[in-house]
Design a protein around this ligand. Sequence first.
Ligand code: PLP
Length: 390
Amino acid sequence: MNPAVMPTYARADVMFERGEGAHLYDTEGRKYLDFATGIATASLGHAHPHLVEAIQRQAGILIHTSNLFRIKEQERLAERLVANSFADTVFFGNSGAEANECAIKTARRYHYANGEPERYRIITFENCFHGRTLATIAATGQAKVLEGFGPKVEGFDQVPLGDLAALQAAIGPETAAIMVEPWQGEGGIVPLPDGFMMELRRICDDNGLLLILDEVQSGMGRTGRLLAHEWEGVTPDIVSLGKGIAGGFPVGACLATEEAAKGMVAGTHGSTYGGNPLGMAAANAVMDVVQEPGTLERIEQMGERLMGRLDEVRQRNDSVIEEVRGKGLLIGMKCKVPNMDVVNAMRAQGVLVVPAGDNVVRFLPPLTIGEAEIDEAVAALEEVCRDLGQ
Ligand SMILES: *Cc1c(COP(=O)(O)O)cnc(C)c1O
């Protein structure tokens, strides 16, 4: 690998040159079907005409000004997110981790504004992933992301997912919020137990805590709803977004109710690039597509088709695949063979998929994926299972 790039990633030795729709082409001219989408980020696939046009157009008008001034495209996206969600107000940054930083700061500041600055601790769940900044690795809590990075940022307590007794025991006079992914993404597309999010809401209400949902991976249409928590009928206080929100342009967002955000007054938080005209033009273009009548329903249908097909492959290959789970186009396949063997064999077949925790392989196609492409990916998996199952 190229030593000029800091070697923090275990990269596959493939380099892509261009993409079109659900396909990528590498520097050797080989074509791939992309069910990885840069980890649920290239949500409209590659070179989507509407996204390309929006970015090109905005680049020719105005790329960056500053949050010292009003930004038209930012106000427009914020209004659209507010109109279509629980939220009253939105802060824009450049990544999922930054969206979570804002969520954490917003929760701490809420209690400060209430005259209870001692309430700053946030409860998270084992096997979660919230990002790679110092605070979000503390929230993530796993030794493998914390090791060697000095004292862990104070104020995060972790309990097993689904363990209500442990959760109740972890709540103290310093607790500010509970933070959870509606589906643990990096952890292996792990669902919350039935009714668990509703229980979290009740516990937050009973204890004066804020409910923070990390929807960086599950949000912006991925599950067939704009936000995944809509499936649960639960109203959160704060939600973080990233990944697919701008189709690959770096944008993060922290959504909150007016009440939860009451401490976030002028001067409390900021970002140089956050919400700049170019990023917001990209995010608005993604929003255009996600909000088109029928898009979310189609994501749900395509998800059902893909999950159904994957489950048929599982039934025929139960020495390779243990379980298929997910919602919409957020799908995980738990393997009985090492998940990297499946990921590498799929790539050899020309299909890109993503490994995750719990020995899972993720299928994260563009939200615009079609039936033929789904069938092509499933056929490749069938081949892979035939080889690996022997
Ligand atoms: C990817 C991810 C993050 C981190 O996002 P970055 O843009 O890499 O900072 C945080 N939370 C969840 C749930 C994620 O999937």
